[in-house]
Design a protein around this ligand. Structure first.
Ligand SMILES: [Zn+2]
Ligand SMILES: [Zn+2]
Length: 182
């Protein structure tokens, strides 16, 4: 395999660590690289908490992961249960450095409980796989895709996440493959 890179999944408090391990296999399948979940204690995300919004600043979490993993030469996926925002948006499911190193995703709005429904652990796992794949896709240089079944399709609500698959369409797959082998 031409790409020597790997993906490290990092827990950021608040987080339910049980959510992390199920991400490894599907991410390995899509990005064709080693995926590991760090055994370290979760990072404390409280420095990124915005009191007036009651949310965590996703860009601050990305900056902090970049500093902490400066010497790591793979990609980093930070996962938190905290609600994420960027200043211009009400919320985000995640954020990524395009063609960069770090992405963060949140499980907060992926839980059915958030919408007044009964908990559904397998649906939560699937949504988190989709959003993690999507944000890491950006890290590997992929842009948004018009194919509504493609995981790189942009989703502003969980309904749209549920419509798309957890996979790259053939076009995005080819693009990723070209980038991995560049
Ligand atoms: Zn996106
Ligand atoms: Zn696509």
């Amino acid at each position: 395999m031409a790409n020597a890179s790997s993906i490290l999944i990092v827990a950021i408090n608040p987080i339910d660590r049980a959510l992390l391990q199920p991400l490894a296999k599907p991410l390995t399948g899509t990005f064709r690289c080693r995926v590991e979940v760090t055994r370290d204690v979760p990072l404390d995300g409280s420095f990124a908490f915005n009191l007036s919004r009651n949310q965590y600043a996703s860009t601050s979490l990305i900056t902090s992961l970049l500093e902490k993993f400066e010497d790591f030469d793979g990609k980093i996926l930070g996962v938190t249960a905290g609600d994420l925002f960027v200043p211009v948006l009400t919320y985000v499911f995640g954020e990524a450095q395009l063609e960069g190193k770090v992405a963060v995703v949140s499980s907060h709005r992926l839980r059915d409980e958030y919408y007044g429904l009964a908990p559904d652990a397998s649906l939560l796992n699937l949504r988190l796989v989709k959003e993690s794949t999507h944000e890491l896709g950006h890290v590997f240089g992929l842009l948004h895709c018009n194919n509504y079944l493609c995981v790189m399709h942009s989703s502003t609500g969980v309904e749209e996440i549920d419509v798309k698959t957890n996979r790259l369409c053939s076009r995005c797959s080819e693009l990723l493959f070209a980038k991995l082998n560049a």
